[in-house]
Design a binder for this molecule. Structure first.
Ligand code: CU
Length: 249
C-alpha cells in the first residue's frame, strides 16, 4: 500500500469514529411516545450508523485528493494518465451492494413487519380522520363524537385511524410527530394506520403531540395542525361523554 492509501485510510477511520460518536451521542429524535415510534427510530438510527462510514469514506478521499493533488505553480501540461484501480472499484461495489441488500432486509422488511404486526388485531378505538384545506376533522363513530382540530386518544390502547379527504379537495398527509406515523389522506380513498400511545401527554406540554399535514396542500398547509391529547381510559370516556352529540329526534 502506498502512502496516499494509508493516509486516506487513517483519515477515514478518524472521521468515522467522530461521526459515529456524534450521531449516537447527539440524540437525533424527540422522545418516542408510541410503540410505532420506537420501531421507526430504531430503523432510522440503524441506517444512519451504517451510512456514516460511507459518507466519511467519500469525504476522506475527496478532501485528501483536493489537497494532496492540487496544482502547484504554473503547470501547463496534463498530469500522467490514471488507470482504474480495479481492486478499489470491486471493494466499493461489493461493500455498498452488500450494505444495500442488508438494509432492505433489516430494518426494511423486518421493521415493516413489526410496524404492521398490530394491524390484524381488533383495535380498541376507531377514529375517522378527514383532512381538508385546511383543517382536520376527527369522528369517533362508537362514541358519537366529532371534533375539529382536536384529537384525544386513550393511552396504551390500539387506535385505528381511517384517513381520507373530501372528493373535491387535494392530497394531505396525516402525520403525528410524537408517534412517527404518517399516512396520506387521499380524496375518495380511505387509508389507515395504527398507533398505541405509550405516555400520557398533550400539545400544551410538547408540540410533538400534534397532527400535522405533511403534504404541501396550499396556502395554509403549515398551519394545518390539530392538537393531540393522550389521556387515561377514564378521562377519555369522560371527555367523549361530554362531547357526544345529542341525537335530534
Ligand atoms: Cu394539508
Amino acid at each position: 500500500m502506498n502512502r496516499d492509501t494509508i493516509t486516506v485510510a487513517a483519515l477515514w477511520a478518524v472521521l468515522t469514529v467522530i461521526g459515529e460518536a456524534l450521531v449516537i451521542g447527539i440524540g437525533l429524535f424527540p422522545a418516542p411516545l408510541a410503540e410505532e415510534a420506537k420501531i421507526v427510530d430504531e430503523a432510522f438510527e440503524h441506517l444512519v450508523i451504517l451510512g456514516v462510514p460511507v459518507f466519511t469514506f467519500v469525504v476522506s478521499v475527496l478532501v485528501y485528493a483536493v489537497i494532496r493533488f492540487r496544482r502547484r505553480g504554473a503547470e501547463l501540461e496534463d498530469g500522467p494518465p490514471v488507470r482504474t484501480h480495479g481492486k478499489w472499484v470491486a471493494f466499493w461495489f461489493a461493500w455498498t451492494t452488500a450494505l444495500t441488500v442488508a438494509v432492505i432486509i433489516h430494518p426494511g422488511v423486518t421493521g415493516l413487519r413489526s410496524l404492521t404486526a398490530s394491524h390484524g388485531e381488533d383495535p380498541d378505538l376507531l377514529v375517522k380522520v378527514t383532512g381538508q384545506r385546511w383543517l382536520w376533522t376527527f369522528e369517533y363513530p362508537e362514541q358519537n363524537v366529532t371534533t375539529i382540530n382536536e384529537l384525544v386518544i386513550p393511552v396504551d390502547k390500539l387506535v385505528r385511524f381511517e384517513v381520507t379527504a373530501p372528493d373535491r379537495d387535494v392530497l394531505h398527509s396525516f402525520w403525528i410527530p410524537a408517534f412517527r406515523i404518517k399516512i396520506d389522506a387521499v380524496p375518495g380513498l380511505v387509508t389507515h394506520t395504527y398507533a398505541r400511545a405509550t405516555r400520557v401527554g398533550a400539545f400544551e406540554e410538547d408540540v410533538d403531540y400534534r397532527v400535522q399535514c405533511a403534504e404541501l396542500c396550499g396556502l395554509a398547509h403549515g398551519k394545518m395542525a390539530a392538537t393531540l391529547s393522550v389521556v387515561s381510559q377514564e378521562e377519555f370516556e369522560q371527555w367523549a361523554k361530554g362531547r357526544a352529540r345529542v341525537e335530534a329526534r
